[in-house]
Design a protein around this ligand. Structure first.
Ligand code: PMV
Length: 341
């Protein structure tokens, strides 16, 4: 290796899962396949100053503020991936990172964060070792991101992305994510909104690491993993035929199942808040009254992701959100994103 000091910068968006990953085995192997949308505006921008030939150390700054805990996490992560990047422990790192969306907003900053770091590492790898093809390098970035945070591996690709082996998606793997074949996706899914209602911006009471761990003793876990695998069959059909009604049913079921798993864990935990329930019920009433395609998904938190296509009814839906749903948030908080591809 011809190692020199380098500065690299990369940007990576977050993603929101439609079929959820919840439960894993050793080495970040997912218990079931998952599929997500990669966001457009919610991103992490990361710069790494790498000083070669100094002793290994990691310093991290989040929006300009030094974060020791994050540095420790990254140090552990780098040691863990040395087997895949042999040069990685041969220098000093100063990592500066900032998110384009509010901190602890329930938009997965670990997904965009580890995605951006993995992309930076692959850029350094391209300088220090023999250049691989862009495609191979992207695949390896997804592989490395997965070892930081499972869902991060899906953020390396645009549009709809699958992680976890399933017969329903060719080339899918437990080790890295793959893009869902674009040519097979119905037009209606190619221009979609994701507005995140910030119901509660505080720290989550249970981390996703602990949550994944509790699936090991959850008596419903095996059935859940099987259901997620089975859900790829209707999902595949829906993505091709554009049946929004079935899409809504499946996506909301996945979100509620994720939270049901939390309630059935031992110890049980609940990440939804009163506002979460309130908003879900208002969405259901709105759909009954108008038959318009506004629906929700949830991540591992209280905030509600509002999903709706740009297919002509979006103005009426946006007005409803702004006049009826925003009041259930803290400080009228909403983060507006789109998934266009
Ligand atoms: O990537 P992790 O380990 O933070 O897991 C997050 C899992 C969910 O966000 C709850 C669901 C998913 O598939 O993204």
């Amino acid at each position: 290796y011809n190692i020199s000091s380098e500065t690299v910068s990369e940007s990576c968006p977050s993603n929101i899962a439609l079929i959820k990953y919840w439960g894993k085995y050793e080495d970040q192997i997912p218990a079931n396949p998952s599929i997500s949308y990669t966001l457009t505006h919610c991103k992490t921008n990361t710069t790494i100053d790498f000083s070669a030939h100094e002793s290994f150390s990691v310093q991290t700054f989040l929006s300009g503020k030094e974060e020791m805990q994050f540095a420790e996490k990254i140090e552990k992560y780098f040691k863990n991936i040395e087997q895949y990047l042999p040069w990685i422990l041969k220098g000093k790192y100063v990592i500066r990172t900032e998110n384009t969306f509010p901190h602890s907003s329930g938009i997965a900053s670990s997904a965009s964060g580890f995605g951006a770091i993995a992309k930076c590492l692959m850029k350094l790898d391209g300088v220090f070792s023999e250049k691989s093809s862009d495609e191979a390098s992207l695949k390896k970035a997804s592989f490395l991101a997965r070892l930081g945070s499972g869902s991060a591996c899906r953020s390396l690709y645009e549009g709809l992305v699958v992680w976890g082996e399933t017969d329903e998606v060719e080339g899918s793997s437990d080790l890295f994510a793959v893009q869902y074949p674009n040519a097979e996706i119905h037009e209606v899914f190619k221009d979609f909104n994701d507005w995140v209602l910030l119901i509660h911006e505080g720290q989550k009471s249970v981390s996703s690491t602990v949550g994944h761990g509790l699936m090991k003793t959850n008596p419903y876990a095996e059935r859940r993993f099987q259901e997620a695998r089975e859900n790829f069959v209707p999902m595949n059909k829906i993505l091709k035929n554009g049946d929004l009604e079935q899409f809504i049913k499946l996506v909301e079921h996945e979100a509620l199942t994720l939270h049901a798993m939390m309630m059935m864990s031992d110890p049980a935990f609940i990440l939804m808040k009163t506002g979460t329930m309130e908003v879900i019920n208002r969405i259901w009433d709105f759909r009954k009254e108008t038959a318009l395609p506004l629906f929700f998904t949830l991540d591992a938190g209280a905030n509600v992701h509002l999903l709706f296509p740009n297919n002509g009814s979006e103005e009426q839906i946006k007005t409803f959100i702004e006049t009826e749903l925003m009041q259930h948030t803290q400080k009228n908080g909403v983060v507006k994103d789109v998934m266009k591809f």
